[in-house]
Design a protein around this ligand. Sequence first.
Ligand SMILES: CCCCC/C=C\C/C=C\C/C=C\C/C=C\CCCC(=O)SCCNC(=O)CCNC(=O)[C@H](O)C(C)(C)COP(=O)(O)OP(=O)(O)OC[C@H]1O[C@@H](n2cnc3c(N)ncnc32)[C@H](O)[C@@H]1OP(=O)(O)O
Length: 157
Amino acid sequence: MQNKSKAIQDLYPDELAHCYGCGKNNPFGYQLKTYLVGDETIAHFTPDEKFTALPGSVYGGLVASLLDCHGTGSAAAFACVAENIDLENTETIPVRCVTASLKVDFKAPTPMGTELELIGKLRSIEGRKIWVDMTLSAKGIICATGEILAIKLKSNV
Ligand SMILES: CCCCC/C=C\C/C=C\C/C=C\C/C=C\CCCC(=O)SCCNC(=O)CCNC(=O)[C@H](O)C(C)(C)COP(=O)(O)OP(=O)(O)OC[C@H]1O[C@@H](n2cnc3c(N)ncnc32)[C@H](O)[C@@H]1OP(=O)(O)O
């Protein structure tokens, strides 16, 4: 697989780049950025105190939304690789993936103020269905795992 120096979400066309979790055109959102590195995807995010669940730990909704956006970005990237689309030489990503199903398992409290690392691995692609397995870690400790089923839209919008 190819390495990618530009984030997948930065390849979304401007009119589809307003997602609260990952849209580059949403100044109020998280602007999560997913990179394809070898056969994995990676993203980082450092939560601050407005995302508190209990003092010192991050609320689960943020964890789920990071996995959601990393999952769809990863699915789009893996779909491109499977279709021999060269992400290094494209200005906009030509596939559109949305979340159909997201499962999150919370394994350990997610610490506040620490850089979180999300890793995505392709499980399988079956037609328009793309399954990605993910971990969300802090300082090497897995705090949550996620499984996403992303669906490739029938036609570009
Ligand atoms: C945002 C909302 C949707 C509008 C999208 C428009 C444009 C988006 C374009 C690009 C995206 C760019 C950037 C993305 C940015 C952020 C994303 C962040 C992640 C999100 O925040 S995104 C919002 C939450 N997301 C939704 O708002 C989706 C609502 N939903 C639907 O829009 C439809 O539901 C859809 C499209 C998912 C499928 O509809 P469809 O008509 O295209 O296809 P169909 O129903 O035939 O399903 C095909 C095969 O998937 C299987 N399947 C479907 N759902 C399943 C499930 N839950 N569990 C197990 N299997 C399932 C079927 O069983 C069948 O399988 P089989 O082929 O084997 O029979």
